[in-house]
Design a protein around this ligand. Sequence first.
Ligand SMILES: Cc1cc2nc3c(=O)[nH]c(=O)nc-3n(C[C@H](O)[C@H](O)[C@H](O)COP(=O)(O)OP(=O)(O)OC[C@H]3O[C@@H](n4cnc5c(N)ncnc54)[C@H](O)[C@@H]3O)c2cc1C
Ligand code: SF4
Length: 333
Amino acid sequence: MSLPEFKLLRPRSLEAAIGYLGEHAGNLRVLAGGTDLIPSMRQKLFEPEYVLDLRGIAAMRGITLQPDGGVEIGALTTLRAIERSDFLREHYAVLTEAAATVASPVLRNMGTIGGNICLDTRCLWYNQSLTWRKGCGFCIKKDGDLCHVAPGGSKCWAVFSGDTPPALLCLNAEIEIVSASGMRRIPLRDFYTGLGDDYRRLQTNELVTRVFLPASAADYHGVYRKLRVRGSIDYPLAGVAVVMKRSNGHVADARVGITAVNPAPLLVKGVDELLTGMAIDDALAEAVGNLAARTAKPLTTSALTPEYRRELIRVFTKRAVLAAAGNLIFFRA
Ligand SMILES: Cc1cc2nc3c(=O)[nH]c(=O)nc-3n(C[C@H](O)[C@H](O)[C@H](O)COP(=O)(O)OP(=O)(O)OC[C@H]3O[C@@H](n4cnc5c(N)ncnc54)[C@H](O)[C@@H]3O)c2cc1C
Ligand code: SF4
């Protein structure tokens, strides 16, 4: 599949990039690593007149320790750099674990944390060639007016399939968004809409520039578990991140994030209430698994059945909770 024609813009500074965004908003796509954008353009999911290649902006790259003990990660920092950061592995282990499961080493060398956060939602009926989609009469997410997954409805259920966002949600991460009108910093949990088509709160003239991890989220035990068809490369079909802080053998704080089973990555509600002050055992881990499975709403958007993906959310959550509590060390999915 060939790429559609486009004009390539290669700014060397954030200011220049913001200028281009303002000038061509609506007719432009942002390229970071390009590992998701380029295949999507080949499938003619996007045919922008301009592609804004951010890779020349050095200021948007790097992992920097903040005076308050938190960490700032530039949006262009590669997943490989995150996976290999000794500092992040020591203090924010759930993030390095999740980053290390994305795609394959080659794609992690190119793919960025900003691109992973902004990743388009996916569906069996959408991530296909133009000819394939045309043969099915298109769908709500692009060029059509019906949903093959939930016929009769008007909502798109395409699923968010990034690995690092559930880990970032568990770490209470914030992101910085910049446009010509200024800068805003928001909790990552407010970034996603929960819709499969218009899935993120980002205007066409805005860029995600930085990710912030608070000092208060450092040094938690962190675990990420993921279901995929091919262990060497695939997107998640279900993913679970768990962070936990313990004191005297009891849980002081815990969070669980899930991905690839809803149109947005989500924090599971009620985990803290269930676990705080408790010593983790099998039954408690199972109860958290049940909470996570109730939060997951998979539909037939991917190769495996919704029932199997929901069940694996339950099982992986239970295992991840036990592993984060130190009760089960070597159970890797
Ligand atoms: C075979 C294959 C397997 C994959 N497996 C996985 C997987 O297992 N897990 C996973 O999470 N992903 C997977 N991916 C998707 C992709 O490789 C990663 O999500 C990667 O992190 C995307 O980052 P990128 O920099 O390449 O994004 P790009 O492709 O450059 O961009 C992705 C999207 O984000 C937007 N964007 C990028 N950066 C910014 C920014 N700073 N501000 C605003 N918008 C921005 C782009 O416009 C585009 O819409 C896979 C891709 C392929 C081809
Ligand atoms: S969930 Fe429905 S509308 Fe959305 S991409 Fe899939 S088929 Fe299209």
